[in-house]
Design a protein around this ligand. Structure first.
Ligand SMILES: *Cc1c(COP(=O)(O)O)cnc(C)c1O
Length: 408
């Protein structure tokens, strides 16, 4: 069977551009700015700043903070977050890739940046020209940096990563010593940093951290001319002062989430995820809802539609399992999570919820709170993934004390 396609009459171009900025009211107070959006993330810039201070309070004054802002600043929106952290005096940024570093420079971020993962020889010119420090893992890469640095008439600042047992990126202890000495001999190459990454820092038993530290120390003794050593992720920073060296590399803690098994220096989650009820409906007993009709009303029920789904990074595994906050009370998620929405059972809420009421998916409302660790446990993952999974479709609104500062 064939069907003629119905052709739409050409329309004149729309005059209103639906950018994040125009979807939102002009900056003002948070309530006004979010009055007419379906779902959004609020990032509390004061919390980010306080978290930097809380981490700082665990360090001696000579230790730098290398704030890890890879993966869109763990879902918090990298450019606005970098601006806040830059103002807070963070000494360096750590990112995973050259493209992440380049985006920060393009946005005018001037703090030193180190790329922690793989780079190609063809990245040498761009990274040197943009003052981006890279981790060098081979002689071929060191050669490329030397050639590009000489051509540009400036130094390439590089770090060497020792693989002390995570067996992810880096060089074995013996190769790291050899590579560092080779890179040092090349014109235009300045070996600034020596670092490693921990495998078990947040486990109940973190004994392997001691083994990694010992392997790192033996490399460091042979490379005592390298000025800047850094090892500790958030857990290493909070749990083991002997790992602080010249700089620490917290990621998760910057965003106010304390890793498991670590003393909490007073971190506050910076991100809240919120939405507005898109529909409130009554269901008769026996009626089902969402794909597969996996939940059925056992009584006359009131259900609310929440316009967030796995297409925003809100996991499908939360279907029939998670809960949200409405009117300061926990309400269970019912039925399957769809790409753009899911349903909640509002039957037991006192009062009458209506379309437009605020729903909290992550964060607090009244005396109740849902945090990333709770969502992680329900979905069989870790808090890192819960926040990093939040996709750009969700507008980010940056505020201080409820006054909007920035949008993303
Ligand atoms: C992601 C990452 C960090 C930060 O880890 P957290 O556990 O989030 O603090 C530090 N160093 C490296 C190499 C990383 O990849």
């Amino acid at each position: 069977m064939t069907r003629e396609k119905v052709r739409a009459t050409p329309q004149p171009p729309a005059t209103v551009e639906a950018t994040a900025a125009t979807r939102l009211a002009p900056p003002g107070d948070l309530a006004t700015a979010t009055g007419n959006i379906n779902a959004w993330a609020e990032v509390d810039c004061d919390a980010l700043a306080d978290n930097v201070r809380a981490i700082r309070s665990t360090l001696t004054p000579v230790v730098d903070i290398i704030a890890v802002i890879k993966a869109n600043a763990y879902g918090h929106g990298v450019i606005p977050v970098a601006r806040v952290l830059e103002r807070e005096g963070v000494e360096r940024f750590g990112v995973a890739s050259v493209s992440e570093a380049r985006d920060l420079r393009a946005a005018g971020i001037s703090v030193p940046i180190v790329v922690l993962d793989h780079v190609f020889p063809s990245d040498a010119e761009l990274t040197i020209a943009n003052d981006i420090e890279c981790t060098v893992h081979s002689r071929a890469l060191a050669d490329a940096f030397s050639v590009a640095a000489t051509a540009l008439g400036r130094d390439a600042i590089v770090h060497i990563k020792v693989d002390t047992g995570l067996h992810r990126f880096g060089n074995s202890p013996a190769d790291a010593v050899d590579l560092a000495n080779y890179a040092r001999s090349l014109p235009g190459v300045r070996v600034q940093g020596l670092w490693t990454h921990l495998a078990n820092a947040d486990e109940v038993d973190d004994a392997f951290t001691t083994e990694q530290l010992n392997r790192f120390r033996s490399v460091r003794e042979q490379l005592d001319w390298v000025p800047y050593c850094h090892i500790a992720n958030s857990a290493g920073t909070l749990r083991r002062p002997e790992l602080h060296f010249n700089g620490v590399r917290p990621g998760l803690a910057i965003y106010g989430i304390c890793p498991p098994n670590c003393p909490d220096p007073g971190l506050r989650p910076a991100l809240s995820l919120k939405a507005r009820l898109a529909r409130v409906q009554r269901l008769e007993p026996g009626e089902g809802l969402s794909y597969g009709l996996t939940w059925r009303a056992a009584r006359p029920s009131i259900v609310g539609l929440v316009p967030v789904g796995y297409g925003d990074g809100w996991r499908r595994a939360l279907g029939n399992t998670g809960s949200v906050l409405v009117n300061g009370q926990r309400c269970p998620m019912v039925g399957r999570v769809c790409m753009d929405q899911f349903l909640v059972d509002l039957t037991d809420l006192p009062g009458s919820p209506v379309e437009g009421d605020e729903v909290v998916l992550l964060g607090s409302q009244g005396n109740e709170r849902i945090d990333a660790n709770e969502i992680a446990e329900l979905t069989g993952t870790i808090s890192w993934e819960v926040v990093a999974a939040l996709l750009p479709r969700i507008p980010r609104i940056y505020h201080r004390g409820g006054i909007v500062e920035d949008l993303d």
